[in-house]
Design a protein around this ligand. Structure first.
Ligand code: ZN
Length: 302
């Protein structure tokens, strides 16, 4: 984990901002500009010129903007994720195996139809993916809540099966989540190793339109990839994504129907004995949860 990225850093814009504030102080605009700048959230270290108010050379009065007190900041408690909503989506459901006909029902994913849900995979020794996804998600929830986030689950082993993939997407949407991560482990052939993050392809069709979320989801995914790699020491998958640890897909209902930034993470390959040794280790799962939580934190604080 890289503690240095825990809080957002104003970075290089600070010097420019100070100059602008000094110039505008006589106009009484400093307070508003400072607030506006803090609210930008751009990640390239610079405020785009187009987002600054136009200062006319004829010194005509600018429209009055009410100064905002820093005490209204949602981070006034000092926690980095206060005011943020994170939805965690533990893939599958341990009870799906007892409801195979219900989860086989076809649901509309906008671009296509897909089965409601699947049972997920398991290790050779029988450790189910659905148990893994719940354990890692619960560990990540504890970390994110300690940082001030409101965390919601799509399921917490509290329903007979599912939810279906369309409902999983709707839960993130109706929560107005700032970020959603769907937690999985893969079922690739033995010998295939590593983790990868699945990003939504930009698709439109039926009720699916990911054109607005594709870019922020990529930023979320890249942060999760970096932090997961740091926290676990795992390598990006050697069987998909050309070693990038990223894979873009347009066939997943949970991504296609999302209207908020969302990625999947396949934490490793349950069918490979070396990967399985990690996935079945609670200490490794804590590190996996830390990587996911830190990636979300980086994304929300950029
Ligand atoms: Zn899965």
């Amino acid at each position: 984990m890289s503690n240095g990225s825990f809080f957002s850093a104003p970075g290089r814009r600070g010097g420019t901002l100070a100059l602008v504030l000094a110039a505008l102080a006589p106009l009484g605009l400093g307070g508003w500009l400072l607030w506006d700048n803090l609210g930008q959230g751009d990640d390239d270290g610079g405020t785009p010129a187009s987002s600054l108010p136009t200062v006319s050379s004829t010194s005509s009065p600018l429209p009055a903007q009410p100064p905002q007190s820093p005490s209204t900041s949602p981070k006034s408690d000092g926690k980095p994720l206060t005011g943020k909503v994170v939805v965690l989506d533990p893939g599958h459901n341990p009870n799906n195996r007892d409801h195979t006909s219900e989860i086989a029902r076809r649901v509309d994913i906008g671009t296509n139809e897909k089965e409601c849900d699947t049972t997920g995979t398991a290790t050779e020794s029988g450790y189910a993916e659905a148990s893994f996804t719940l354990d890692v998600s619960r560990r990540a929830r504890a970390l994110l809540e300690a940082r001030g986030a409101t965390v919601k689950f799509t399921q917490d082993d509290d329903r007979p099966y599912g939810p279906c993939v369309d409902e999983r997407a709707r839960i993130g949407n109706s929560a107005h989540a700032d970020a959603v991560v769907s937690v999985h482990a893969d079922g690739a052939p033995a010998g295939d190793r590593g983790f990868h993050v699945i990003l939504p392809k930009s698709v439109r069709g039926g009720g699916a339109d990911t054109s607005e979320i594709a870019a922020p989801s990529r930023r979320l995914g890249e942060q999760v990839r970096s932090e997961f790699m740091d926290a676990t020491g795992s390598a990006p998958a050697d069987y998909i994504g050309d070693g990038s640890g990223l894979n873009v897909r347009g066939d997943l209902g949970g991504l296609n129907l999302s209207t908020v930034p969302k990625v999947f993470i396949e934490c490793g390959n349950m069918r490979d004995s070396k990967d399985a040794a990690e996935l079945t280790d609670p200490k490794w799962r804590e590190r996996a949860a830390l990587g996911i939580a830190q990636g979300i934190t980086d994304f929300l604080n950029r």
